[in-house]
Design a protein around this ligand. Structure first.
Ligand code: GCO
Length: 446
């Protein structure tokens, strides 16, 4: 099995960008080195019962020390670009002053990426909020949005010359909802009214940071990365159709509409008014600044039926394929979602900033034969191609992830990498999927 695209696919043309993605907390380790401050994920990991097997980010993939060989690994995969995130607690001290040692790590890394001909896609916030800001209320506190703008200003001034594309936030949904409403991610708070308010402050921080980044980096693109799911109704019954609509509204529209249309979904005013955050005058204009791109992270789809209490409830579908993390493999949902969004909104250029599969990989005789991931990537890359053919403006695709890493509440138990990581020895082994991805990319005409 290989990963192929139709010969005439736009994705094979030189201006379509292929890459691999990671995030700081998931790979860097060295979480006390060179003045790096504690972040909410350090605290969460240290709280018994929160992360599987008590795993933490103290070593992870030791990328903080192995970055140079990791750049060669990235290059060996034949990609055009690398998507990484900057660790806020590494580059700024509690007084808001730059931490030069932390900044140097990213300067060296980015310089090396550039020297190897790779484009740099940087995300400012992939969930590692400094703990001292959480102690003052974190994303429930509007002040945190102002602190974020100071951080964005510092980082984009210091690192801007290497970065082709800046994303303010990765997945506000997960940072806000999983962190403050459901409590399965850091900081682990769980009050129904918290999640959407945290989300509003994150969106506000995004909007306030955009003009600052544009000023510091006039030659870089600026955007935001959202996770999106396609939700299907469990049946043709009207109530199940309604449940699916509510689910997509809460997961997708709640984040897209403020950014593109300066409003929270109208449906919520009638159906779930307590899910509407407290918005101050002017906020929606700030949030809806024009952006150069929208990043979309896509993994799976949901099937929902009506639930008296919560309006929707997940059901597990029979007869479909699942990955090791229990997520349905649904490439059709990917193209459908992109095509639907393109009809519903005036979308900016889209980048698929994450897509991938967790598999129960095993290293045998120096090889990892991850057939399911190869099939997953083939299906999903072709789903992107289908969406492009249907008229959606998609400019790039990033596989999640460059290598196995810290999978949040699942710790190191779930492997998403194109490269296998032996956490004892830190040895990296490119999996069959990594080679299949590389072969697709090398097949492109120069
Ligand atoms: C996310 C994050 C990644 C995850 C990946 C797999 O989308 O949740 O961006 O950090 O590791 O998505 O869950």
């Amino acid at each position: 099995m290989s990963i192929t695209l139709p010969d005439n696919s736009i994705m094979l043309k030189p201006n379509f960008t292929f890459g691999v993605a990671t995030a700081s907390f998931q790979i860097e380790g060295a979480n006390t080195e060179d003045g790096r401050l504690p972040c909410i994920w350090d605290t969460f990991c240290a709280t018994p019962g929160k992360v599987l097997n008590g795993d933490d980010g103290s070593v992870a993939c030791d990328h903080y020390h192995l970055w140079k060989e990791d750049v060669q690994l990235i290059k060996s995969l034949g990609v055009d670009a690398y998507r990484l995130s900057i660790a806020w607690p590494r580059v700024m001290d509690e007084q808001g002053k730059p931490n030069e040692k932390g900044l140097n790590f990213y300067r060296n890394l980015m310089e090396e990426l550039k020297a190897n001909g790779l484009k740099v896609y940087a995300t400012l916030y992939h969930w590692d909020l400094p703990q001292h800001l959480e102690d003052k209320g974190g994303w429930l506190n509007r002040e945190t949005a102002y602190r974020f703008v100071e951080y964005a200003d510092l980082v984009t001034k210091e690192l801007g010359s290497w970065v082709d594309s800046w994303a303010t936030f990765n997945e506000p949904f997960c940072a806000a909802l999983l962190g403050y409403e459901v409590g399965v991610h850091a900081p682990g708070l769980a009050k129904p009214e918290y999640g959407r308010q945290a989300a509003h402050h994150i969106l506000l921080a995004h909007g306030m940071a955009v003009p600052v980044i544009r000023k510091n980096c006039p030659n870089s693109d600026v955007g935001i990365v959202l996770n999106m799911n396609r939700t299907y109704a469990a049946s043709d019954k009207a109530e199940d159709q309604f449940a699916a609509l509510v689910r997509e509204t809460l997961d997708n529209q709640f984040f897209i509409e403020p950014i593109l249309n300066a409003q929270y979904p109208k449906l919520l005013e009638k159906v779930l008014p307590h899910y509407l955050p407290n918005v101050l005058p002017g906020d929606m204009d700030i949030i809806s600044q024009p952006i150069d791109f929208m990043g979309m992270n896509f993994y799976t789809c949901n099937h929902n039926e009506y639930d008296e209490q919560n309006l929707y409830r997940d059901i597990k579908k029979e007869g479909v394929e699942y990955t090791d993390i229990g997520w349905e493999v649904a490439p059709h949902a990917f193209s459908e979602l992109l095509i639907n969004l393109n009809k519903q909104y005036n979308l900016p250029p889209m980048f698929i900033t994450e897509n991938g599969a967790a598999c129960a990989d095993e290293l045998k005789a120096g090889e990892v034969d991850d057939d399911q991931r190869v099939r997953y990537l083939h299906g999903h890359i072709n789903a992107v191609n289908d969406a492009i053919e249907a008229g959606v403006d998609i400019r790039g695709y990033f596989a999640w992830s460059l290598m196995d890493n810290f999978e949040w509440a699942e710790g190191y138990s779930k492997r998403f990498g194109l490269t296998y990581v032996d956490y004892e020895t830190q040895q990296r082994t490119v999996k069959r999927s990594g080679y299949a991805y590389r072969d697709l990319l090398l097949s492109r005409a120069k």
